[in-house]
Design a protein around this ligand. Structure first.
Ligand code: AMP
Length: 147
């Protein structure tokens, strides 16, 4: 069965290029729709101990920056049609699963660093997204360029 709707999760770093490219190749090969999603994680920091800080402005800035970056990515990848990129607040795993369900996606594409050591213990978004996913998940191996 070919895939019909592929959802690529992007962290908006330069590393998202190979992940989108893989998603795009698969979308072309399957004649599937291609969507992007980025999740802005809530700032759960409290500066200065007892001094409560209003983080809403910072959070808004973070959201606006993410929106700009996502727009730039959409210009670079015109296969992503208007309305097929999503920007939300929350926890990546939960929001990506929710979106995949709502939009009947049958494949989620994420980047994976193939971590080991301490960072493996701390986990990765790819691992997180895989657990309880409502559809197939493809982890695209991200390899650091060697100089
Ligand atoms: P990480 O394990 O956090 O280094 O991220 C690996 C992959 O998870 C990235 O290449 C993205 O595909 C996905 N990812 C990480 N953070 C986010 C995010 N905030 N929104 C959407 N996808 C994300």
């Amino acid at each position: 069965m070919p895939y019909t709707h592929i959802l690529v999760a992007v962290d908006l770093t330069e590393e998202c290029d190979p992940v989108i490219k893989r998603g795009r190749e698969l979308a072309q090969a399957n004649d599937a729709k291609l969507s992007l999603v980025h999740i802005v994680e809530p700032m759960a920091m409290a500066f200065g101990g007892d001094v409560p800080m209003d983080l809403s402005q910072l959070q808004q800035q973070q959201f606006d920056q993410a929106k700009e970056k996502l727009e730039a990515i959409k210009l670079k990848y015109p296969d992503v049609k208007a309305g097929d990129s999503h920007l939300t607040y929350g926890q990546p795993r939960q929001e990506i699963h929710q979106l995949a369900k709502e939009h009947h996606c049958d494949l989620i594409v994420v980047g994976s660093h193939g971590r080991h050591g301490l960072s493996l213990l701390l986990g990765s978004t790819a691992n997180d997204v895989l657990h309880g996913a409502p559809c197939d998940v493809l982890a695209v191996r991200l390899i650091k360029p060697t100089n």
